[in-house]
Design a protein around this ligand. Structure first.
Ligand SMILES: [Zn+2]
Length: 493
């Protein structure tokens, strides 16, 4: 048997169309960008989509042709220039090498400047270049799956967890379906069914209902021919015509109708259980009051305050000051904060040097999420802000805040970085000389992902409803393009 050749690529972005920060080439370069031969050594052994592809390729003796691996922290629309900078080498390599298949790591909620459906555009261009060979892609649980994506792929595989601790496994799953396809055992096909739901991020936690049992029902229905059923929560902060909840099935051609029925049943069940997506949150005032007393109560482990709406992992500015200001005003002691983004403050702190005092106007520069706050602090640490995840999510992947400082202000230690990046791994603190488990109160700019790494370190968690572009209160956003009605925006459904 001749060696199979598989082109591998990764172009990922979750686009928050309400963000004023355009996602250009530099945004990808500042997050995670590798080309050609640099890709396999970087991703081998990691809990990532490409890490999963590599594991199955190694087992089957495939020849991987790596092209581009580009991911930018969620933000505003992706520029045409950036999308083409990654799509062109991918498509060119497919045309040049004439592979047996293509495996892609996509997100599924990318909105580009010229094409609203960024992922659909990627798959369409790949199909045009590749012709009738298997094209399989992994998607994030927050994908807004479109007809164009479905029409141009032979397999779409979503993560089954949020926090996304199974990204590598999902990559393996897609690659194993490819192995069965190569073996002539199956001929995969994709179907999608939708539900008129647009749940905000915290409602999609897969440890909670209704996602927990929807995913269990999906897994129960899978067999040797209904190869994969993915439940996609959608991404509520992309104002696009195909935004929302969907269920995608990958099956052998013979079982397509049965698979479609399963998808429809799951989508209907999700809609019928729509009120289970409702959540309540802690106000800033309540959170600060609790944190103030927590410090005096001699707990063994910290309290964690999640600044859920200012999550860069959903496209927020990550410089919101409302919660931090309230904690400083209340003089809450022994607080560790990860991570505010303010390059000018970093620059001033670096110029001053470790051990020196600075007075800075911190945060609040970008979106309507609090004004800049004047902070007089000591510079405690300076670094390049780069670390490798050690927790359960994207384990082994290198991430960075760019040049980063730790400022200490009346018992509050604030990590301030230069590039937006969600601090979901405890290494976000440890790489900067801080031990999060030793603090009394931890503050994180993250909605859900932090739970994978931080839950073992803390005693209690509050989801704090400060302002930001990932606010679970969707009535704050002016939607123009999403299909209506959608629950919970149109509540009386
Ligand atoms: Zn996601």
């Amino acid at each position: 048997m001749t060696t199979k050749t598989v082109v591998v690529g990764r172009i990922k972005h979750e686009t928050n169309t309400f963000s004023s920060l355009t996602t250009d080439y530099e945004a990808f370069a500042n997050t995670s960008l590798f080309c050609g031969d640099y890709i396999i050594p970087e991703f081998r052994g990691t809990n990532t989509d490409i890490g999963g592809f590599i594991r199955v390729a190694d087992d089957n003796g495939w020849d991987i042709i790596p092209t581009v691996a580009a991911n930018a922290t969620p933000g505003g629309v992706v520029t045409t220039e950036a999308l083409n900078a990654f799509l062109t080498p991918l498509v060119t390599e497919i045309e040049r090498s004439n592979p047996d298949a293509v495996l892609l790591g996509l997100h599924g909620a990318m909105v580009s400047e010229n094409k609203r459906d960024g992922d659909g555009e990627i798959l369409k261009r790949v199909r045009e270049a590749a012709g009738d060979i298997p094209i399989l892609a992994t998607l994030d649980l927050h994908a807004n799956v479109t007809e164009r994506m479905v029409a141009n792929a032979d397999g779409l595989f979503g993560y089954d967890t949020y926090p996304h601790v199974d990204i590598g496994e999902t990559g393996e799953e897609a690659a194993r379906v490819l192995a069965s396809t190569f073996a002539g055992e199956i001929n995969p096909q994709v179907v999608v069914e939708r539900a008129p739901l647009l749940p905000p991020l915290p409602s999609l936690r897969t440890e909670c209902e209704p996602m927990c049992s929807l995913l269990a029902d999906a897994a129960d229905a899978e067999d040797d021919h209904i190869l994969d059923l993915s439940v996609f929560g959608g991404f509520a902060y992309a104002d696009v015509p195909e935004a929302g909840f969907s269920v995608v099935g990958v099956s052998d051609t013979e079982r397509v109708e049965e698979t479609r029925e399963m998808c429809e049943q799951l989508a209907t069940s999700a809609y019928e259980r729509r009120h289970e997506f409702d959540r309540s949150y802690t106000s800033v005032e309540e959170a600060v009051a609790e944190a103030s007393t927590w410090v005096d109560e001699n707990h063994d482990q910290p309290m964690l305050l999640a600044d859920i709406a200012d999550n860069p992992g959903g496209g927020s500015a990550q410089d919101g000051t409302v919660l931090l200001k309230a904690l400083l005003n209340a003089e809450v002691d022994d607080v560790a904060v990860a991570t505010l983004i303010d390059p000018r403050v970093v620059e001033a702190a670096v110029q001053a040097g470790v051990g020196e005092r600075v007075t800075v106007e911190l945060g609040g520069h970008i979106e309507d999420n609090g004004n800049p706050i004047e902070v007089a602090a000591t510079v405690q640490h300076i670094s390049d802000g780069t670390y490798r995840n050690r927790g359960p999510m994207s384990t082994g992947l290198e991430v960075t805040f760019g040049q980063t400082v730790v400022l200490e202000c009346d018992g509050v230690k604030i990590i301030v970085g230069s590039h937006r990046q969600q601090p979901y791994d405890p290494e976000a603190f440890r790489a900067h000389g801080l031990k999060p488990e030793r603090a009394n109160v931890i503050v994180l700019k993250s909605t859900v992902h932090y739970r994978a790494g931080f839950e073992p370190l803390v005693e209690t968690i509050r989801e704090v409803a400060a302002p930001g572009l990932c606010s679970p209160d969707l009535s704050r956003f002016e939607y123009e393009h999403i299909p209506r009605p959608l629950y919970p925006l149109d509540e009386n459904m």
